[in-house]
Design a protein around this ligand. Sequence first.
Ligand code: ADP
Ligand code: MG
Length: 586
Amino acid sequence: MPIRVLAPHEAARIAAGEVIERPASVVKELIENALDAGGRRISIEVRQGGTGLIRVSDDGGGIPAHELRLAFERHATSKLPGEADLYHIASLGFRGEALPSIAAAAEVELISRPPEATAGARTRLVGGRVVEEGAQGAPPGTTVTVRYLFRRQPARLKFLRSPAAEGGQVASLVSQYALAYPEVRFTLHTDGRLTLQTPGSGHLRDAAAAVYGGQVAASLLELAPSDGEAAAPPQEARVSGLISPSELSRANRSYISLFVNRRWVRHRTLTYAVQEAYQGMLPPGRYPLAILNVALPPEDVDVNVHPAKTEVRLRRERETFATVQRAVRRVLADYAPVPAWSGPTVSGESPGSGAAAPAAWPMTPLSGPPPSPSGQATPEAPPATVPAEAQPPLAARLPLLRPVGQVSNTYIIAEGPEGLYLIDQHAAHERVLYERLLAQQQEGRADVQGLLEPLPVELSPRQAASLEANADALAAQGLTLEPFGDGTYLVRSVPSCLAGSDIGSAVGELLDLLAGEESAGERSRHVAASLACHAAVRAGQPLSDQEMRELVRALEETEQPRTCPHGRPTMIHLSAEALARQFGRH
Ligand code: ADP
Ligand code: MG
């Protein structure tokens, strides 16, 4: 279809607003154009976080030479036929604003050759004006090169984060498109290094392996065969993709990738539908990994609500929520039947994580969040993290306790002046380590353990970017990694509390945490909590009398012994009085 400039009344109906906010938005628009052009190989190159150079090449349908100039006009698009029908949009783009907006913010060179043309053409724009154009030998397809983004808008430049952080955003963005289009071979180079490559095999699991590593990809559960490319518009909502089994979880929601009709979207309600489906299977504060495409009749989706097209409005949002939740839930239930669970969870632990049966005793946690009956949750409930400040201060200190034994290799029974205490060994140890790590952070000394044999770990592009941006902070904690090529890194040293635990998953989680945008204070608390969680003794691990004594002693010395760093109780208390009552002694 030829490019045409939309009539003013058509253009006026398109959601207005800024398209280009940061390097990742340029990459997004260029990738969408490449996909709309039918590209099967899309390579992306980024330098200095995108402010030096962004280049996106595809092998798609190209632009005829005589249309090159037109492509840079405002509201010029080849994607809306006749009278613009904004309710049946089959392409990713439709606004005709990306190329002119990019050209207004940077120097742009576009070289393109439709496969049927004998030669290609090139045009170069500076400050939005064409400064060079002419014929140019080129392979079929299109290459757009964007240089010096925002050089003429210093205010914009100031709002960007570090090149490593902007590069990380580009990497996660490319990852999303790679997951949405497994039949396309995506290649991303960052400052000359290959940071992501998908095979373009058409299998979602292969794309997931490139993004998240082979091990994670192999463990994912399949919802329905991914609809792939040529699927006709569905009559009703259909959900396909891959989701994590309940034993694989992540520390934040950024691993839930959602596509509506293969358009990558951020959608709170649908994200929540996925989370909801794992209700009772993941510990508080943990989130699933999911790659889901929701195919909907086009007339049920309004894509014209946001200038960057990352949000959509769903006409039947409630039904779609239920469809997504049911689809995910069904696969999880088939994989591992959800244990019947009645009554409140006393410890706040989820049944899936090996916690004991609900207590028959009328015991209450000493502090921490009230027990939440399963099956009930508030939408977008924040992770069950009680900020350290919100907890009772010194008054909550423990009396001296005497351990008398261990139950289920998970709980320590201890006796104190006020009765009986059941201590969750993992939660208690987490609390102890957490406070130690925070103290070490504050004093600027880390207990480091070098690894005799460096340990290889696979990092996602987002994690790799997080490593680059936080290498110094991590080294200060004793964690050093070096690149080993192909997304693999070698762990050279770790904080000594981690020795002997699953270092690979601890490192991955830490990098995820650091990739989030938080204040420095929050960040160091999260890092300490995450390290503590990985380093603490597990439930199910037998402890000697000596170990129990040491753990209880150390817990007594903590500032806030009654909750773990995530706000869950470390212990429950059965007072002498309650005991007497239970035995009818009163
Ligand atoms: P939109 O994608 O909304 O139509 P753009 O400003 O992104 O607007 O692009 C304008 C037009 O330029 C597109 O409609 C398309 O015809 C053409 N175009 C842009 N990029 C490419 C590409 N990589 N391959 C082929 N055509 C392209
Ligand atoms: Mg476009």
